[in-house]
Unconditional design. Structure first.
Length: 319
């Protein structure tokens, strides 16, 4: 009777091939599984979603909330609101392929960045300023945005006032008022005074000096060309107590990324929207909302998609 035992060399070769295949499949599926796990953290109007590094997500959320807290202190508002949610997605899948600034899509501000990337806190400050103040003088708003662009938060320890990418006189003026001790205590008064007067009058009312002297100091501050960050009062944050955390459906995360990419890659965005439209609630409503926005941007009829979104239970106030 013929032996069923394979020759040792042949058996070893087959066994090695099977092991390699099993390892490869295991790697693929474990990688796909890792990519499919999304976590969402939130506080106030901010949401940070990640498929990789929750530590980086907590850090990003802390930066965002401390920006809101510090600006709220200047505007004398303890819980500064945003008209729309502000969402950041941290994922390596979008590296070098997305706008580096927030886009307004589908009833919210969206931004996708690789983990560890610097957040555009100047834009966040601008969004909150627009929602909570009358129009400020252009130079003041520009300086404020640049100032918040230098904000750094490590838990409850917050600093600002370091060197910005492109310092100018608007920056130097606001940096001076915010970081020099004798002016910093009245900085919020300066901002409040701007609601009923120009820059020169607000300066004099807040700081008790002639505007000409303050402008000389601002120009000297710019000429110095060296600025060190200084502490500013931050919010006492306890991540376990203050930050919400839960799992996020990967299909929903794909939708957010699709909205961000809609202006640059409509085909890929539409594919994500169509996949969501055939998924489980609440994905269909969001998918049809995306298809409606895509049609609108292409100057096509968006109404059929809007009708489908409403029928699927859309809660979007923009529709």
């Amino acid at each position: 009777m013929a032996s069923l035992t394979l020759p040792r060399a042949r058996w070893s070769s087959r066994f090695l091939s099977v092991c390699k295949l099993a390892f490869a499949l295991g790697f693929v599926f474990s990688s796909a599984s890792a990519r499919d796990r999304w976590t969402e953290l939130n506080i106030g109007p901010f949401y940070v979603d990640t498929d990789s590094d929750t530590g980086a997500a907590r850090d990003a959320l802390t930066q965002l909330e401390q920006t809101r807290w510090v600006l709220g202190g200047l505007l004398e508002s303890k819980d500064l609101p945003s008209l729309w949610p502000i969402r950041v997605l941290l994922t390596r899948s979008v590296e070098n392929s997305n706008p580096s600034h927030f886009v307004w899509q589908n009833g919210g501000y969206l931004l996708a960045l690789p983990p560890g990337a610097r957040l555009p806190l100047d834009e966040v400050a601008g969004i909150l300023l627009e929602a909570n103040t009358p129009r400020l003088p252009t130079e003041v708003e520009s300086g404020l945005r640049q100032l918040f662009g230098t904000l750094q938060a490590h838990g409850s320890r917050v600093t600002w006032g370091g060197t910005p990418p492109h310092p100018d006189l608007a920056w130097a003026r606001i940096q001076l008022f915010a970081t020099k001790f004798e002016y910093g205590l009245s900085f919020h008064i300066f901002l409040q005074a701007l609601r009923g007067s120009g820059i020169a009058a607000a300066e004099q009312n807040a700081f008790g000096k002639k505007a000409e002297l303050l402008e000389q100091e601002a120009r000297a501050n710019l000429a110095a060309g060296a600025w060190q960050p200084v502490p500013v009062s931050g919010r006492p944050l306890d991540p376990k107590r203050d930050l919400g955390e839960h799992a996020l459906d990967p299909l929903i995360a794909d939708l957010y990324i699709a909205h961000i990419q809609l202006g640059s890659n409509r085909k890929a965005a539409d594919a994500a929207f169509q996949a969501a439209a055939g998924g489980k609630p609440p994905a269909p409503a969001l998918g049809y909302e995306g298809l409606a926005e895509s049609a609108r941007l292409a100057h096509e009829n968006a109404k059929p998609y809007l009708d489908e979104a409403i029928q699927a239970g859309s809660k979007n106030p923009v529709i």
